[in-house]
Design a protein around this ligand. Structure first.
Ligand SMILES: [Zn+2]
Length: 166
């Protein structure tokens, strides 16, 4: 898409022309139209107006959901991957698990309360999420929080939960 027909480019020029002050952190100041993401979206958008609108709506939705997971490393927000979220409303897959125990375990995992301060049978320390990989060799449990891998997630959390009860 050429700059002349790009409404964002026109908007930025309009702001400059009117000498409207913008925060240096705003997307407009940073030139959203020149970011790789934006260009990739625009380059793959269909030419047909109707199809283009649907395509862009979808792209914006995906962008929003991706942004929801932007948090400081280690926070719950940052652990909820974009793939973990319902693509329409951004809600975490853990809230869609119909199996009662599976759902309870998944929500507890998300809130770091899984294992409820019980003793880890392997190292005898107080169990926390890191013990899943450290003591049971079960890596990347957070990455199992997707709609495609939910069955595997439930099985893993069930296994850990039972191991902690013993
Ligand atoms: Zn342990």
């Amino acid at each position: 898409m050429s700059n002349e027909s790009n409404p964002l480019r026109t908007l930025v020029d309009f702001f400059r022309f009117k000498k409207i002050e913008l925060s240096s952190e705003s997307l407009v100041s940073k030139g959203i139209y020149s970011t790789l993401d934006y260009r990739a979206i625009m380059d793959s958008a269909p030419y047909d107006t109707k199809r283009k609108k649907l395509f862009l709506d979808e792209a914006v939705k995906k962008r929003k959901i991706k942004s929801l997971s932007k948090g400081k490393p280690g926070t719950i927000i940052s652990r909820v991957l974009p793939e973990s979220r319902n693509e329409n409303n951004g809600i975490d897959v853990s809230l869609y698990i119909s199996d009662k125990t599976g759902s309870r375990n998944a929500v507890k995992w998300r809130f770091n309360t899984f294992g409820g301060r019980s003793k880890c049978p392997v190292c005898k320390g107080i169990f926390s999420l890191t013990h899943a990989s450290k003591c049971y060799g079960l890596e990347n449990t957070d990455s199992l929080f997707t709609f495609d891998t939910v069955k595997e997630l439930i099985e893993r959390l069930d296994f850990l939960s039972n191991a902690l009860k013993k």
